[in-house]
Ligand binder design. Structure first.
Ligand SMILES: Nc1nc2c(c(=O)[nH]1)N[C@H]1C(S)=C(S)[C@@H](COP(=O)(O)O)O[C@H]1N2
Ligand SMILES: [Mo]
Length: 156
């Protein structure tokens, strides 16, 4: 289902159904410049693996621990954007969204927020959320674990 404003609080809809087969997404810089990012590009950037991640859902219980592999959101943004920005709106192709703050990504003491394309050492399929935002340590019923990222919009 599509939410009118994906960044407003919304109900838990653990949509199991990929909205499309296309795993490309768009990064939009604060000046409006658009960068299309296809999964092979993620494999060419510096990689991380974050073990011990849980998808905590009130609806259907907790799954994990998983080791998610991919690219730090911080590294992806810095690869394309040099302008100042403060927040990143991460919106899925099915209209689910979450806001990530620059300060969260800068914090080196936290496990990194990443764009995952691997799960437990295997390529992540579209069925499992490719490309999926993973916020390690999030316990708010998986509201930040955005599957099928479609658009990341940076704002000052
Ligand atoms: N794109 C997208 N991501 C989403 C959702 C969704 O409906 N669409 N639901 C969220 C919620 S509320 C839950 S509980 C989890 C479910 O994740 P799972 O399918 O890995 O169990 O995905 C989160 N990410
Ligand atoms: Mo959820």
């Amino acid at each position: 289902m599509n939410h009118p404003d994906p960044l407003q609080p919304h109900s838990h809809e653990p949509n199991p159904q990929p909205p499309s087969a296309d795993a490309n997404f768009t990064l939009i810089a604060p000046d409006g410049t658009r960068h299309t990012i296809a999964p092979p590009l993620l494999r060419a950037l510096p990689r991380v693996v974050v073990p011990g991640c849980y998808i905590v859902s009130t609806g259907h219980g907790t799954s994990g621990p998983f080791a998610f592999g991919g690219v730090r959101l911080w590294d992806l943004i810095n690869h394309f954007v040099t302008e100042e920005w403060e927040q990143a709106a991460v919106i899925s192709a099915d209209g689910f969204g979450n806001r990530v703050w620059r300060a969260e990504l800068e914090d080196e003491h936290k496990r990194p927020i990443l764009l995952a394309d691997e799960i437990d050492g295997k390529p992540m399929g579209r069925d499992l959320g490719l490309v999926r935002l993973i916020v390690p340590g999030e316990r708010d019923d998986a509201l930040r674990q955005i599957k099928w990222v479609g658009k990341i919009t940076l704002k000052r």
